[in-house]
Ligand binder design. Structure first.
Ligand code: PLP
Length: 402
């Protein structure tokens, strides 16, 4: 039996393989340099162009670019009319920003449980969370698999709720043949470097609703409206702040990078799917772990590749498995701790453990493996080798799975 690196053995690799990483080429760099030499560093033509190309790519009428995925969520929560006292249903397993945007608007996040096989928000749990104060549902396309939008839309229609998609993980995915970005009333994206395309920091909201677009464009610019009719009447100097907005503007440098990146998205999605298929195949005979389930009505965008440990077949817990893989040089991660178990939610806001039992049980057995377009074949092989090595070392059921 090979000795684990965590116990003093030789690691599978000597450098840590990250779980995600951006791909930047010379063309990306040249496009950004071109903007640096131009007249517009912010609020210029690259912003509009990025918005237009992005909207078309995801089959939506409009897109509004902002400074981060978190700003996109806040802007969407504002556009959905979330105010003080409103409840918004969010999945327990997601990045904290999905729930935080409700708090920014003075609302209350209500956590729905997730499906144990997909970790997507469970429509039955959503229905059970609805009260007279519920205004909206934010679904998350966890790991890159679109949420069950048909069921969620039906629930929202029955109760008069706005459906928002936090699609930060799923650019390039589809559900029932429709692209992610056109599946909910408001759809948000992040362009953080670990996501499908990057602008350094950046985000986008897509919608078919022109009135919401008008309000969101004002919101990202302090709530200042660019009403041309009014300007003509009162003089060119006039501008009016009508709502409390923020500075959530994105620069032209970032949007030029985003546009350049968008051209390579189809290749990158293809690459992510191939890596996932290699992992699926390599782990299919293991009884120590199982990948998440993919529904057959979706095309997965694989922001993450998540495995679930079968703890009953292992002599270790998730944290030991995690440490062992890290020691082998594999940069695994955990996505995510249920949001309400963060100290802020538990200690300051009073959310209690036990709220979403499926999410909590899943959290104790999940690990995200490295997946990004720039991964080399050796990186994939190292990851497979390390996972099998650690599973074999902690296995309760077989002498060797290596
Ligand atoms: C990345 C991410 C965000 C936040 O995006 P930022 O661009 O980092 O602000 C929000 N929700 C989910 C699910 C994410 O993965």
């Amino acid at each position: 039996m090979p000795e684990l690196a965590v116990q003093g053995g030789t690691p599978v690799r000597n450098t840590l393989l990250p779980y995600g990483r951006q791909s930047i080429d010379d063309e990306d760099i040249a496009t950004v340099v071109k903007v640096l030499r131009s007249d517009w560093l912010t609020t210029g033509p690259a912003v509009n162009e990025f918005e237009n190309v992005f909207a078309e790519r995801v089959g939506s009428k409009h897109a509004v670019a902002v400074s981060s995925g978190t700003a996109a969520l806040h802007t969407a929560a504002f556009a959905a009319g979330i105010y003080k006292g409103d409840e918004v249903i969010v999945p327990a397993i997601t990045f904290a920003a999905t729930a935080n945007c409700v708090l920014y608007q003075g609302g209350t996040p209500v956590f729905a449980d997730v499906n144990s096989d997909t970790l997507l928000i469970d429509p039955q749990s959503v229905e059970a969370c609805i009260t007279p104060r519920t205004r909206a549902v934010i679904a998350v396309d966890y790991a890159g698999q679109p949420a069950p939008y048909r069921e969620l839309q039906a629930i929202c229609d029955r109760h008069g709720l706005t459906l928002i998609a936090d699609a930060s993980h799923a650019l390039g995915g589809t559900c029932h043949g429709k692209p992610v970005g056109s599946l909910a009333k408001l759809n948000t994206f992040s362009f953080h470097p670990v996501k499908h395309i990057t602008t350094g920091e950046g985000g986008m909201i897509t919608t078919d609703d022109a009135e919401l677009v008008r309000r969101m464009r004002a919101f990202r610019n302090h709530g200042i409206s660019a009403d041309h009719h009014e300007r003509r009447l009162t003089g060119e100097w006039f501008y009016a702040m009508r709502e409390l907005g923020f500075n959530y503007r994105i620069t032209d440098l970032q949007c030029a990078l985003g546009l350049s990146q968008l051209h390579r998205l189809p290749d990158w999605i293809e690459r992510r799917r191939r890596i996932a298929a290699q992992y699926d195949y390599a782990f299919s005979d293991l009884e120590e772990l199982v990948p998440l389930q993919t529904m057959n009505n979706v095309e997965h965008a694989y922001h993450l590749y998540v495995i679930r440990l079968n703890l009953e077949n292992l002599n270790c817990d998730r944290n030991e498995f995690f440490q062992a893989l890290r020691a082998e040089g594999i940069g695994v991660n955990v996505h995510y701790i249920p949001v309400y178990l963060h100290p802020y939610y538990e200690k300051k806001l009073g959310y209690k453990p036990g709220l979403c039992p499926t999410a909590e049980a899943a959290f104790n057995r999940i690990l995200s493996l490295p997946i990004f377009p720039g991964m080399k074949e050796e990186d994939i092989e190292d990851t497979i080798h390390a996972v099998r090595k650690v599973a074999a070392a902690y296995s309760r059921i077989k002498a060797s799975v290596c």
